[in-house]
Each structure stands twice: as C-alpha cells, then as structure tokens.
Design a protein around this ligand. Structure first.
Ligand code: PXP
Length: 241
C-alpha cells in the first residue's frame, strides 16, 4: 500500500505573510493538493503565527475533504484552539521562537507526565494524537507509555546527512524506530526535509504509513504548479524502487 501523503501548506502562507497580502491562499493550495491525490492536509499553527494564521485553520476545518493534521506546541493556548476547531489529528511538536523550522523531535522521555496529560485531554475530545519524535528507541517507548495513537519520525538528520555512510546510519535508525513503534501497536508517520531526491528510501519502509511533506512540494509548485508538484511526489512514493 502506498503511504498516505500529507501535504504541508505552511510555506504557501509564508509567501503570503511576506507581504501581508491575502494571496497565495493555503486554503486554495490544500484543495489543489487534495485534487492531485494528497490524503491529508498538514498545517503548523506556530505561537508567533509566522505563516499559518488562525483564519486558515478555521476555514480549512470547513473545507478540507481529507484529514486535517494540526501540528502544534503542547501549550494550553494550542490545546484550547484544538478543542475549538477539532482537527482530525494533532501532532505535538517542540517549538522555539528563534528556530527557522522545527529542529528536533519532542522530548517525551523528559516530560512524560505533562505530555500524557495533554494527550489524554486531546483524546477525550476525540482527536487522534501523534508525537513528532526523533528516531530513538527510548522516545518510541515513551510515546507508547504516554498513550499516543501515532508517532511521526523526524527525518531531518537523514535528509541533512553529508555523505552516504551517515545517510545509511540515519536511515537505519528510522527503520528500527518504525519497526519498534509498529510492534507496540502505534501507527507511524515520517517527515521533515523530505524532497524529490531523498523520499524513496523512506517510502520503501513498510511500517511507515504516512509522509508529511511541505517545503519541497511548495518550492516546486511555484515553478510547475501545485497539482503537478503533488503528483510528481506521489509518483515517487508509489514506485519507490
Ligand atoms: N512534519 C512535521 C512534524 C513538521 O514540523 C514539518 C515542518 O513543519 C514537516 C513534517 C514538513 O517538513 P518540510 O516542510 O521540511 O517538508
């Protein structure tokens, strides 16, 4: 089975916010991504609202035809917003104002009780909860202990590997973490930094059933159009070799 592609439309909003215009609209991009075969729309509502705005979440909740995955920090403000808009999935991510993008996974081992409490709260609201973690077996076990439905493995280090040896090592960490999570009964997603050149080894991992990809798709969409950019990514995922 081909993995589900979740298209992250944050950087459509980045372009809009650069000029504080009303275009390009990530809501329109989400509709085009769905028409091209995306089976999930992913957005990250950051504390500093640097790209996605509350308005985007509100409209996408109404218009999204597939699954809406809200990435957010584990804060009381964000939990309140999740309760108000009820995305299908919440992915808890660490967040630091000064970072360019999400730099590491959530440290679940270091804050088990707090994470467990937020997960319970969200699950009581019938929201599926995923934890964005590094491909580390301790973090996988901790995610299971705090009762997460899913994990999303951070592929950043694999994508940024400087040579083949390093890349192979990072890939095997992802494979091990995915197998271990699947054995524990959690579903497994992956994402961050994936592009048209590095996606296929990740698309070959049986235990991973979803990829969330944003920057590379939006970057290509500027040049070739959104639907074509999504279709070309799906083609690589469907035939990963
Ligand atoms: N998954 C998670 C949890 C993320 O935080 C991000 C970045 O917002 C992505 C996937 C998508 O990463 P990229 O834009 O590098 O494809």
């Amino acid at each position: 089975m081909t993995q589900r592609l979740g298209v992250n439309v944050d950087h459509v909003a980045t372009l809009r916010q650069a000029r504080r215009t009303s275009y390009p609209d990530p809501v329109t991009a989400a509709a085009l991504a769905e028409l091209a075969g995306a089976r999930q729309i992913t957005i990250h509502l950051r504390e500093d609202r640097r790209h996605i705005q509350d308005r985007d979440l509100r409209i996408l909740r109404d218009t999204c035809q597939t699954l809406l995955n809200l990435e957010m920090a584990a804060t009381p403000e964000m939990v309140k917003i999740a309760y108000e808009y009820k995305p299908d999935v919440v992915t808890l991510v660490p967040e630091r104002r000064e970072e360019l993008t999400t730099e590491g996974g959530l440290d679940v081992t270091g804050q088990r009780e707090a994470v467990a409490k937020i997960i319970k709260n969200l699950k009581d609201g019938e929201i599926i909860v995923s934890l964005f973690i590094d491909p580390d077996l301790d973090q996988v076990r901790a995610a299971h202990k705090v009762d997460a439905n899913r994990i999303e493995l951070h592929t950043g280090r694999y994508c940024e590997a400087r040579n083949e040896r390093e890349r192979a090592r990072e890939l095997s960490r992802i494979v091990d973490a995915a197998k271990s999570a699947a054995k524990l009964g959690m579903s497994v997603a992956a994402g961050h930094g994936l592009n048209y050149d590095n996606v296929q080894p990740i698309a070959r991992i049986q235990e991973i059933d979803e990829l969330n990809i944003g920057h590379s798709i939006v970057g290509r969409a500027v040049l070739v159009g959104f639907e074509r950019a999504v279709r070309e990514m799906l083609e690589l995922m469907r035939n990963p070799g």
